[in-house]
Write a protein that binds this ligand. Structure first.
Ligand code: SF4
Length: 206
């Protein structure tokens, strides 16, 4: 079962070059202090039952003439047990699929890429590895982040790596350090931090 925490029915800004909708999966293994999707972090959030997988699939069946792409975001989509079968259903409808990921699950990336279920991948690179624990709020084995960067950059799939610049947790030197982790041929963007609704309320203060 895919746990779905929300659906944005129309967006021109989340999938480059595509008219798309966004599916927000429920549950994340990170607790980034700057996260503004706090309602999507707990895997069992009670709101998650509002939308079933069937509801969402029926929505996309009806919208095929209006939408080109679907962004699978979260939360962290690769935590979902049935992500593969969900994406097969959406691909069979003819949609382009973009995955937003925190890069913590290289094994899932290999699986989805090998099954040709992804058309675009956006991976957040939160920090230089020595600061990852602070910026991700977890003590994941960060070797996985490096593995995911390698897998995505060598996948021949359109992709982007991106960092949210969160002062004072990140400095200009940190951004240069992150940039040095990204292969030269891969696009890399730095996004501004939006204070409103940040998980760490001390960051949200003016
Ligand atoms: S990876 Fe971080 S920013 Fe993204 S949903 Fe999880 S906690 Fe929020």
């Amino acid at each position: 079962m895919i746990r779905i925490g929300g659906l944005e029915p129309f967006t021109l800004s989340d999938y480059p070059g595509k008219v798309a909708a966004v599916v927000f999966t429920q549950g994340c293994n990170f607790r980034c202090p700057f996260c503004h999707n706090s309602s999507l972090l707990e895997i069992e959030h009670h709101q998650s039952q509002k939308l079933s997988c069937d509801d969402v699939c029926n929505f996309f069946r009806k919208r095929k003439h209006q939408l080109d792409g679907i962004v699978i975001s979260g939360g962290e989509p690769t935590l979902q047990n049935n992500l593969t079968s969900f994406l097969i259903t959406l691909k069979d409808m003819g949609y382009f699929i973009k995955l937003d990921t925190n890069g913590s699950n290289p094994k899932a990336l290999i699986d989805l890429i090998s099954k040709r279920l992804l058309d675009y991948i956006a991976m957040d690179v939160k920090a230089p590895l020595e600061k990852y624990e602070i910026l991700s709020g977890t003590s994941l084995p960060y070797e996985k982040i490096k593995q995911s960067i390698k897998i995505i950059s060598e996948s021949n799939i359109e992709h982007v790596f991106r960092t949210t610049f969160v002062p004072p947790l990140l400095s200009d030197e940190d951004i240069l350090s992150i940039k040095s982790m990204i292969p030269k041929n891969s696009p890399y963007i730095v996004q501004p931090f939006i204070k409103e609704n940040a998980l760490d309320k001390t960051l949200a203060q003016p």
